[in-house]
Design a protein. Structure first.
Length: 217
């Protein structure tokens, strides 16, 4: 069974998806971290984001693996580098490149192949796994999402800067020519602006248990 989550940055989908995967014993795949890993690789190699051929080539050469729930890029644990301010500032632009989205989607499908998996990102329910048996779209206001990201203390940016980055990323994500952020017709929509992540998890988990009964899983 594939359980797919979509939603904007900071909506809580990563945390909730991971909690669901741990509860069910499913494989957890965070597509957003794959885009961040590609962005980190581009930055580390000094490639200009506008150099599309070089960016695409850099992404194709990347080796992505998960070990112990942590992302390894080219054999190196990069999990703690993926939400740095420099990656935050560029990831939306990099992830908007259609060829790169194809590369990341291939990685996601490879990882989730023949597995019970929880996958999350921006276009998991609409493009990558449109056949997923269970789909969720988690949303929240830009202000609520910025406060959550700021509280994590991993960015190094101010609350105002984080809010501006989130609003910029929302605009880019919703206007992408391929894989734009949108709500699948058959997705369960949840606004988490005024909910705790535990509240969201409980609502999501209850829905999943109900749907698993319907599918006999």
């Amino acid at each position: 069974m594939i359980i797919a989550f979509d939603g904007p940055a900071g909506s809580g989908k990563s945390t909730v998806a991971r909690m669901v995967a741990e509860s069910l014993g499913y494989t957890y795949v965070n597509s957003g971290n794959l885009y961040r890993a590609m962005t980190l690789r581009v930055l580390d190699r000094g490639i200009a984001p506008g150099a599309l051929a070089e960016v695409t080539s850099c992404a194709r050469e990347a080796q992505i693996d998960y070990q112990g729930g942590r992302l390894f890029l080219d054999g190196r644990d990069t999990e703690d580098l993926l939400h740095s301010a420099r990656v935050d500032a560029l990831v939306a632009q990099i992830s908007a490149i259609p060829e790169l989205r194809t590369i990341v989607n291939e990685h996601v499908c490879r990882i989730a192949d023949d597995l019970d998996a929880v996958v999350e990102g921006r276009d998991m329910t609409t493009v990558v796994f449109p056949e997923a048996q269970v789909k969720f779209f988690l949303d929240a206001s830009p202000e609520a999402r910025a406060r959550r990201r700021f509280a994590q203390g991993v960015s190094g940016a101010s609350l105002e800067e984080i809010t501006a980055n989130i609003e910029m990323r929302d605009a880019i994500d919703r206007s992408k020519s391929v894989g734009s952020l949108r709500i699948a017709d058959d997705a369960v929509y949840l606004d988490s602006s005024h909910l705790t992540l535990q509240d969201v998890y409980e609502k999501v988990y209850a829905k999943i248990l109900h749907l698993r009964e319907l599918y006999g899983r």
